[in-house]
Design a protein around this ligand. Structure first.
Ligand code: SF4
Length: 335
């Protein structure tokens, strides 16, 4: 390793950052040039492809060659950093990790070992310290990754060689995610504005497409129970308030609409509720996603499970699935 082709395939490596620093000259000048415009077009497409959840292997090169591809990676990260939306950042990290991984699995064994080493994974030794393992598997929903389903010896989790490879993708995703959002000067975000506006509109459209109109009859049992508890005046623990607020925010309810839900509680405190809701919905800079079923279970919030729960690992997936089913039933009965 490493030539410019490698850097385009693994642009999260330190060498790629050095390469960009050496090649870019003044960023401001580049962004205002014709080449800058073309690179920004490609970078914007890169971000929109992540939003559309395209298969990175089918997206090709962003730019005319490997060098431009590396630049569009940098610009794509700047674009999402100016927008600073949590879901967008997660999607970009996932997309870039999948893209790099698709190259990784095509490498010969020797290069695989060396690349894995660069992200802190030793492919020659198929075990990981428990702490490192738990840090990596967070987003993986498959039951086989749960610690209770693994063999743990002397503080190390045993893994199959192919599982170690799979974890390389997770490690790459974590590295990309850790470094986002970048601190981008206001002046630069202003230059990027036409592109970030376009992406923000696509993001909004995506959220509407995903969840559409709010349909309370599609709420998962855990969320319906939390709403019932609020209405009955039960004092919800913090984690319950958090789960409910984040869920309602994620499916598209506005701050006012979420406050209206909490308003049903007899001990309702408007300013405190507004503060909590705005905090969870991202006003303070971090937007939260509702907890997964595994986390809900850990906190005793997974209650009254029903058949649809068997198909999902996240209350948001439950909601999407149930809504589709309800729509289908309505259409069928109106025929
Ligand atoms: S399985 Fe998931 S969606 Fe169903 S009740 Fe439990 S937490 Fe909610």
């Amino acid at each position: 390793m490493v030539d410019v082709q490698d850097l385009a395939r693994y642009p999260f490596l330190e060498e790629a950052q050095d390469y960009v620093r050496n090649e870019s000259g003044t960023l401001d000048l580049i962004l205002r040039s014709e080449l800058g415009k073309s690179l920004l077009e490609h970078a914007s497409r890169r971000v929109r492809d992540t939003l559309a959840q395209k298969n990175p292997e089918e997206c090709g090169v962003y730019g005319r060659d490997a060098k431009e591809d590396i630049f569009t990676y940098v610009l794509a990260r700047m674009l999402v950093s100016c927008i600073n939306d949590r879901m967008l950042i997660e999607r970009l990290s996932q997309f870039e990790a999948r893209r790099a991984y698709s190259w990784f699995v095509r490498e010969d064994r020797e290069r695989m070992v060396r690349i894995a080493e660069r992200v802190g994974i030793d492919l020659e030794r198929p075990t990981l310290p428990v702490v490192a393992y738990v840090g990596l598997i967070g987003p993986l929903n498959d039951e086989r990754w749960r610690l209770v389903n693994r063999r743990v010896e002397n503080g190390h989790v045993s893994l199959l060689p192919e599982e170690m490879q799979e974890l390389v993708e997770e490690r790459i995703r974590a590295i990309i995610r850790e470094r986002l959002p970048l601190i981008v000067p206001e002046e630069v975000c202003r230059i990027l504005r036409p592109y970030t506006d376009e992406i923000a509109a696509a993001l909004q459209q995506r959220a509407l497409d995903e969840f559409g109109e709010v349909d309370e009859s599609s709420f998962p049992p855990c969320i319906a129970t939390l709403i019932k508890a609020v209405t009955a005046g039960t004092n919800l623990p913090h984690v319950g308030r958090f789960a409910l607020t984040a869920f309602l925010h994620n499916i598209g309810l506005s701050t006012t609409q979420i406050v209206e839900v909490f308003q049903r509680a007899p001990d309702f405190d408007l300013s405190m509720t507004m503060y909590q809701v705005e905090h969870i919905s991202g006003r303070a800079g971090t937007e939260y996603t509702a907890p997964s079923c595994a986390t809900m279970r850990t906190h005793g919030l997974c209650v009254r499970r029903d058949e649809a729960c068997e198909k999902v690992s996240h209350p948001l997936s439950y909601y999407k699935w149930k809504k589709k089913q309800n729509l289908y039933t309505v259409r069928k009965s109106s025929r």
